[in-house]
Write a protein that binds this ligand. Sequence first.
Ligand code: ZN
Length: 365
Amino acid sequence: MFRRIKGQQQVIDLLQHATEQQRIAQAYLFHGGDGVGKFMTALYFGMALNCLSSSEYRPCGVCASCHKFLSFEHPDFMYLFPTVNLKLSSDGEIKDADAMRQYEAYLKNKIESPWQDFFFSGSTEIRKESISLLIKRLEYSIHEAKYRVVIIENADMMNTQTANAFLKTLEEPPPNTLIILITEKLPQILPTILSRCQPVYFKPLAQSVVQEILFEDFQVDTVLAKSAARISGGNLKTAIRVANDAGYSTRDKAFELLNMAYEKANLEYISQISKHKTSTDALRDLLAYLGIIANDLALIHLAPNEVTNLDKSEFLREVSHHNIPDRIPDYLLALDDFSRKLDGNVNPTLIQLSLFLATCDLLNL
Ligand SMILES: [Zn+2]
């Protein structure tokens, strides 16, 4: 099943080597950006150590042990993540009914569609009660596994007090216990935690890898897979979001904007943005997509086969004039600037207006 994790061969080699040499660290810290395979690798690593198959390709994904891990029902698999206050009882029962519903929905999402983010309503953290319960459970003997597996996701979301409560366990875990912490924010991990873990870095996925995953695992057509991969910045979750229906509309919206700018349809544009509110995420995707189209405008005369939006070649040729290649660098800088302003909480409508003007400047002689 490790072969299903694409674009992280170095990490897989490292973990497989550690397994073969039986030199498994007591605690690992998987770090790197979102959507690059950290959780999946952690889960498969735990499964591989417990897989009952005699094949050299472990985890097999089908034996009784693998099965329990994949459905999160293995009694020796403990998975912690930031939650709202669950009002845990001393034996780990969730006392708050609404929190319970959200907790179950989170797990269901994680099992069935892990590339989608799940948001709790309310502020989340890895709570002291959850860590205390984990420490207590680690004192019991192992039920059936060869290795007990603990995965703590977004480990940066423990406050100092909670992290300190966990230090002793991290330093001297009970035997045959594998602890994997996961974070996207390495600088926010306390040095005391960091020094007790073996760090493992996950790099952003290469564009070609994202494209391949979209094409092979999600049946996304080549044109869309290529553009979604470009937008994604190596984050599979973004790529999938862009490639699903919403993604198509990002592309449509980008071409719509371009067309209106080309036809100087100022009033139409203003009425459109005042009628349809655009979320920050959608506007960010739109800016990224306009960057791809700008590239296409530069390529359409030079190397028409390299264009991402091949099906729009005719339109691109029509709007692209001889000054465009000179203007594209400024346009790309402007897009970057709008993205930064969006992060800095500048009013999105203002950004949309400036974006339209910049696009008019690009297209009109
Ligand atoms: Zn197995």
